[in-house]
Ligand binder design. Sequence first.
Ligand SMILES: Nc1ncnc2c1ncn2[C@@H]1O[C@H](COP(=O)(O)OP(=O)(O)OP(=O)(O)O)[C@@H](O)[C@H]1O
Length: 217
Amino acid sequence: MLSLQALEKRYADTPVFTGVDLKASQGEFIAILGESGVGKSTLLNCIAGLDQADAGRVVLDGVDVFSLGEEARARWRREKLGFVFQAFHVLPHLSVAQNVGLPLLLLKRPDAARVKHMLAVVGLQGFDERLPRTLSGGQLQRVAIARALVHRPALLLADEPTGNLDPATAERVMTLLLEQARAEGAICLLVTHSQTAAARADRALRLTATGFEAMHP
Ligand SMILES: Nc1ncnc2c1ncn2[C@@H]1O[C@H](COP(=O)(O)OP(=O)(O)OP(=O)(O)O)[C@@H](O)[C@H]1O
């Protein structure tokens, strides 16, 4: 269970958002839309504890994230969160399998069989030794999805993951993200400008300066 309670963020005297509340259950897929600059990426960063919220709480599976010290928060992030970004953020000098296995390595739980499984579910079996520069954008994003879920995170944060892809590839990547987040039982918060992607989520919310507005259901 993820709970956001009265989250608030400002830069100097300029408020970005206030009053962000949300409750999400295991396996729920939630799309977050909103005008450019309203603070969607900032909100994901605040939830991940990468950016400091000015007020409010983030509670994931009973853990109050802002009460953790820096080291404990970094450990929590490695263990409980997965990330997918628009720009892939795949490490160029590591092979595909090394990229996917990185979260497990950082948790000191290397697991070659799990890496192989994740490569298979994203349709990249046999790509283990390939370097990222030999992959297409859609393939790179599938590597990123496999990496984001390999350690079975409780929460997947996806920031415009299909923003750099052509519509057909975007559609396939979105399907994969939905299916795999659900298969792994992760809560997924998906920031997107795509109404098509939002329509496929369990819920769609619009972020405004004063919190979330429900779009559907
Ligand atoms: N370090 C910073 N200092 C000051 N203002 C910032 C900083 N980082 C972000 N902002 C501002 O905070 C606001 C929210 O930015 P954010 O990138 O979260 O928006 P967004 O909704 O994700 O936008 P987009 O849809 O265009 O990606 C913007 O007005 C931005 O200029």
